[in-house]
Design a protein around this ligand. Structure first.
Ligand code: ATR
Length: 284
């Protein structure tokens, strides 16, 4: 995805994967800085650890406690900080600093809005899962001014903790720690649990408690398999559906924009990502 985007933008860059032991993250970041990397992405657990190793932290990364994107910036002789990837002469800097960003959280909302073509303001949502991904999704849905949010999780204490965080920051959102009443119509049901990654997994919801025919759209953060049992059931019930590939895409396009300062070629990157993950071009 990134190499397709980079090539399309006419940049002489390469995006490479490195296997770094968590206890050597500081060394790896220092090496990337010394080698004048433009930036990098980090995944779990590194994105949680990196907060301690970057020089500056963007507010979104601070809020989510995770850095998935780093941009290196060089200081000019005039004292100004310029992104290494946007500098005319990246070799001439006095010093280089690292800035940590988080592009995951916004990617959730963008994917829901664009891939399901829905607005979230005033909507009624059911969120399954209150782990790392579920917490971020819940906070982002609340920030998008949904009117009601049903939080469902195997471990109730975790959904209670998420509910408290939301009430403190977004008091207007009606939080319910249970399924909707029978017959209630729901705009969006979102799966943020890990159930569905394996074909032998149970469904992440209780179909006795919620009738998918009363649900307009279903989003599953899982993108492999492309259609989980939940999405299959949702499609059979006439729901609009989308999987989490869009989240992966949009965190990537946002990162490329942070490094380059230019709009990323989203369609080119979507095609490359789809072909890589599913081994075939997308149906778009
Ligand atoms: P992630 O970072 O992907 O969110 P996580 O923090 O481990 O990963 O969260 C996994 C989510 O899937 C949690 O909501 C978890 O429920 P618990 O909080 O009760 O652990 C949910 N989950 C995982 N396996 C499950 C299972 N077998 N049944 C029900 N929920 C499950």
């Amino acid at each position: 995805m990134q190499n397709a985007g980079i090539a399309d933008m006419g940049l002489n860059w390469r995006y490479l994967a490195f296997d770094v032991a968590p206890e050597q993250l500081d060394l790896a970041l220092a090496g990337a800085r010394s080698m004048r990397f433009v930036g990098l992405n980090l995944t779990v657990p590194h994105k949680l650890l990196a907060l301690d190793w970057v020089d500056e932290v963007d507010p979104a990364a601070r809020e989510w406690g995770a850095v998935n994107t780093i941009r290196f910036e060089g200081q000019t002789s005039g004292g100004e900080w310029v992104p290494v990837g946007q500098a005319e002469d990246p070799t001439g800097f006095e010093s280089i600093r690292s800035v940590g960003f988080n592009t995951d959280a916004d990617a959730i909302l963008r994917s829901i809005k664009e891939d399901l073509e829905m607005g979230l303001k005033g909507s009624k949502c059911v969120l399954l899962g209150a782990g790392g991904a579920g917490r971020v999704a819940a906070m982002k849905l609340a920030s998008a001014k949904v009117s009601r949010l049903h939080l469902i999780n195997r471990t109730l204490s975790k959904s209670e903790a998420v509910a408290r965080d939301i009430q403190a920051k977004y008091p207007d959102v009606d939080i319910v720690l249970d399924y909707p009443r029978h017959g209630d119509s729901i705009d969006l049901l979102l799966n943020a649990t890990s159930l569905g990654l394996k074909t032998s997994d149970d469904l992440p919801l209780d179909l006795e408690a919620i009738n998918l025919r009363n649900v307009d759209s279903v989003y599953d953060m899982i993108y492999q398999p492309a259609e989980t049992a939940l999405l299959q059931a949702a499609r059979a019930s006439g729901c609009r559906t989308a999987n989490g590939l869009g989240m992966l895409l949009y965190q990537g396009t946002a990162a490329l924009e942070i490094w380059t300062g230019r709009p990323a070629p989203t369609d080119v990157m979507r095609e490359a990502l789809h072909a890589h993950v599913y081994g075939k071009p997308s149906a778009h």
